[in-house]
Ligand binder design. Structure first.
Ligand code: ATP
Length: 513
């Protein structure tokens, strides 16, 4: 069915609320901006995605272990990591609409619009010419060349401005590109200012300045400060990784697009400690491994692409994002960064403690280099749910809303229905549930017609519905209905568990990696 992209995204947001996936935080008090709660189905889906990540990282790699560090950390951590001085976003206000924007995002979106124009030219030409040679067209067409030059010029000015910390130049780029505020339509901009994204709070008694601590803006530092604890107690040999999932907090200037950009969110990060000089090998290795992991969700490989950073963070010597095609376009889903020995060296310097590794083969000590993979759990949830959400027109003229979630990640793995609420059918359905519930989340439903019950399960992505009818009492068989194809099969009750084991356990997903 063709729905406009903006309506499609709105439909997904209302679906999340209607079916218990995501609620606005403190909704009865009109909500809190960019903070969300996960409902009964959302919490399950989120937990399953987290578990899949954890198993793929920790359980499937002998040389990766997981930790769970505290959210509060010694304040010096954030001086050492550079966050106190440099974890800033450049912000700019429109004087007419009084709306605040991230200056870098305004420029990036402007560049994305020019890229769209190029794509349109290419598409037009494809239709016009037979034997169309895209490479040739891109390198010779005057209009495309003009657009490409424009992009190169903007990117290079922007990169220099950011590297020099030249905020006046960032504003000048916005003016020169004639970027307007989407609300007021005007170009009446304030100067660009830096804004630190960390939330500060007080530990213990108030008012003493030395008690100021921060809510962690990333989980990575909890791994770095524990590097030696884990390496020594786990007798880890390089290369090895430390993984962690947990909450992170950022006072985002522009928090829009639902759970894409939140002020409280969850990260799943893995720091891989390697011998200096081998980091580029591992950087490429993790790029490939992580893309493969994302592809295993089966949401369409064409929905992912790499995007190299044009400005590297202060700690990185190579960095890219895995972008996903969200309903509002390709955006960052995961970051892969070669962080050098920056973090460990900084912590050595600020703590006065050695954070080195003794390499038996080389017979020397060194500070390891680090390759990081960092993915936002909430963004991954949004990617999964939005790609799985389908509004299908059925032959009978009805519309069916279905979530084609990977079965192993679905909140509920199977629903068991008695055809009618009597004649011993509910009891048999309960028996089946009692058999399955030790391994899987299963649900019971006896209300309304079976057709309506199917629709309710489709809407939350339950892969299988099991119906018990009168014949089941004698032949000990049930009807299993498949969510995606709506096909129905009759199978023995004794085989139901095996049927699910083969289709809805995480093992099947893990084997795709
Ligand atoms: P962006 O450019 O979108 O602000 P970032 O480059 O600052 O993201 P990283 O610091 O690399 O993000 O964080 C790693 C991952 O954490 C991101 O790829 C994203 O999935 C997730 N993430 C970061 N900020 C947020 C947020 N405010 N809300 C939800 N997820 C986030």
């Amino acid at each position: 069915m063709s729905v406009k992209p903006e309506d499609f995204f709105k439909n997904i947001i209302s679906h999340c609320k209607e079916y218990g996936f995501i609620f606005q935080s403190s909704e009865i008090y009109d909500g809190l901006s960019a903070v969300y709660d996960y409902g009964q189905n959302g919490a399950e889906l989120k937990k399953n995605i987290r578990e899949y990540w954890w198993k793929a990282m920790v359980q499937m790699h002998e040389n990766i272990v997981g930790i769970d560090a505290a959210i509060f950390m010694h304040p010096t951590t954030w001086k050492a990591s550079g966050h106190v001085d440099a974890f800033n976003d450049p912000l700019i206000d429109n004087k007419d609409s009084k709306k605040r924007y991230r200056a870098d995002v305004l420029i990036e979106e402007h560049v994305a619009k020019i890229e769209d124009k190029i794509e349109k030219e290419v598409e037009k030409a494809k239709k016009r010419f037979e034997n169309f040679d895209e490479g040739m067209f891109r390198s010779t067409n005057a209009r495309v060349l003009e657009y490409q030059n424009k992009i190169t010029e903007i990117n290079s000015r922007f990169k220099t401005a950011l590297n020099d910390g030249n905020l006046a130049e960032v504003k000048q780029i916005i003016i020169d590109c004639e970027i307007v505020c989407p609300i007021s339509g005007s170009r009446n901009w304030t100067d660009v200012r830096q804004f630190n994204l960390m939330f500060a709070t007080q530990l213990g008694s108030v008012s003493e300045e030395s008690n100021t601590i921060y809510l962690r803006p990333e989980t990575a530092q909890g791994i770095f400060v524990n590097y030696l604890n884990v390496q020594k107690t786990g007798r880890m040999k390089i290369p090895f990784g430390i993984a962690q999932t947990g909450k992170a907090f950022r006072n985002e200037i522009v928090a829009r697009q639902f759970i894409f950009r939140m002020r409280e969110f969850e990260q799943m990060e893995m720091q891989f400690f390697v011998k200096p000089g081998t980091e580029m090998h591992w950087y490429e290795y993790w790029k490939t491994a992580r893309l493969k992991w994302h592809n295993s969700f089966g949401l369409g490989n064409e929905n992912y692409k790499f995007h190299d950073h044009i400005k590297l963070a202060h700690y990185a010597n190579a960095a890219c994002d895995i972008e996903f095609k969200f309903p509002f376009g390709f955006k960052e889903l995961e970051g892969i960064h070669s962080r050098t020995d920056f973090d460990l060296k900084q912590h050595e310097q600020f703590s006065g403690k050695k954070l080195q590794y003794f390499d038996n083969e080389e017979n020397k000590s060194y500070v390891p280099y680090v390759v990081e993979t960092s993915v936002g759990l909430d963004r991954l949830f949004l990617a999964t749910l939005s790609a799985a959400y389908k509004e299908e027109a059925l032959e009978n003229g009805e519309t069916r809303v279905v979530l084609n979630l990977p079965p192993a990640l679905a909140p509920i793995k199977a629903a068991v229905f008695p055809l009618v609420k009597k004649d011993g059918l509910p009891e048999l359905a309960e028996e089946i549930i009692n058999e399955l519930k030790y391994d899987y989340i299963v649900t019971y439903d006896e209300k309304d017609t079976v057709g309506k019950r199917y629709r309710r399960q489709d809407a939350i992505g339950t892969p299988y519905c099991i119906t018990v009818d009168h014949q089941s009492l004698t032949d000990k068989m049930v009807t299993i209905r498949h969510r995606d194809t709506m096909q129905q099969d009759r199978i023995a009750i004794a085989e139901v568990k095996e049927f699910l084991n083969e289709r809805v356990s995480l093992t099947s997903l893990l084997k795709k990696n």
